[in-house]
Ligand binder design. Structure first.
Ligand SMILES: Nc1ncnc2c1ncn2[C@@H]1O[C@H](COP(=O)(O)OP(=O)(O)O)[C@@H](O)[C@H]1O
Ligand SMILES: [Mg+2]
Length: 225
């Protein structure tokens, strides 16, 4: 069994919309997968099934040998601790510093201060945010905030990182820097990544697998090419 598997997954929302039709997808440990496709293709639904925000209408979602759609509710916090999420709406603490936002997940885990500092230093360096370490988040540009979100999602080196349209409204250069940072940090931390985007231009310069969704179906997967 692979690290992550969708097996004959269908998702029909309560309003009758068929968001996913017979999704079969296997992702190996450490892979970087771009999930591409137009708005409404089903990309976010795939993410929601992985964190069990939604459950499939039929079929199974497996992650590290666990059937996510059948997990007991008491195991959900464990599942979600092992997934780093780059949120579209950022969810940063504006009146706190870059450093404070970054180490927030580590504080929750009770990590030692010295280890926290080291992890933060490495992440800030890759994201070129060292000089902003003690700046308040509200002073940052949009691109810097988005990079900080990437840092916060990956700093605890989760097994799986999910980024749903993380480049948002960023201009080409900021988007490129953000994706580069995500790429490098996840390579170093050994995390598997699924990044959804409808903007194919942004990912063109990156290596990695490309899975194309359209109207809820996988229409192309370059792992087979
Ligand atoms: N909570 C929901 N209830 C009903 N329909 C939904 C819900 N979430 C998404 N959809 C519909 O499911 C389809 C796929 O949506 P989504 O997974 O968000 O696609 P994408 O992220 O690729 O834009 C769309 O038609 C969307 O309107
Ligand atoms: Mg979406």
């Amino acid at each position: 069994m692979e690290f992550l598997e969708f097996r004959r997954v269908y998702k029909i929302y309560n309003n009758g919309i068929r968001a996913l039709t017979n999704i079969n997808l296997e992702v190996r440990d450490g892979e970087f997968v771009f999930l591409l496709g137009p708005t409404g293709a089903g990309k976010s639904t795939i993410m929601k099934l992985l964190i069990r925000e939604e459950i499939p209408t039929s079929g199974d979602v497996w992650l590290e040998g666990f059937r996510v759609n059948r997990l007991e509710d008491e195991h959900l916090p464990y599942l979600r601790r092992n997934i780093g999420i780059v949120f579209q709406d950022l969810r940063l603490l504006p009146m706190r510093t870059v450093f404070e936002n970054l180490v927030f997940p580590l504080e929750v885990m009770g990590l030692r201060r010295t280890l926290m500092n080291r992890l933060a230093r490495d992440v800030l360096e890759v994201l070129s945010l060292e000089e902003k370490r003690n700046h308040l988040v509200e002073w940052l540009s949009g691109g810097e905030k988005q990079k900080l979100c990437v840092g916060r999602a990956v700093i605890h080196q989760p097994k799986l990182v999910l980024a749903d349209e993380p480049t948002g409204n960023l201009d080409g250069r900021s988007a490129y820097e953000m994706v580069s940072g995500l790429f490098q940090l996840c390579r170093e931390g050994g995390s598997t990544v699924i990044m959804a985007t409808h903007n194919e231009r942004i990912v063109k310069t990156f290596p990695g697998r490309r899975v194309y969704l359209d109207k809820g179906e996988i229409v192309r997967d370059n792992i087979e090419e």
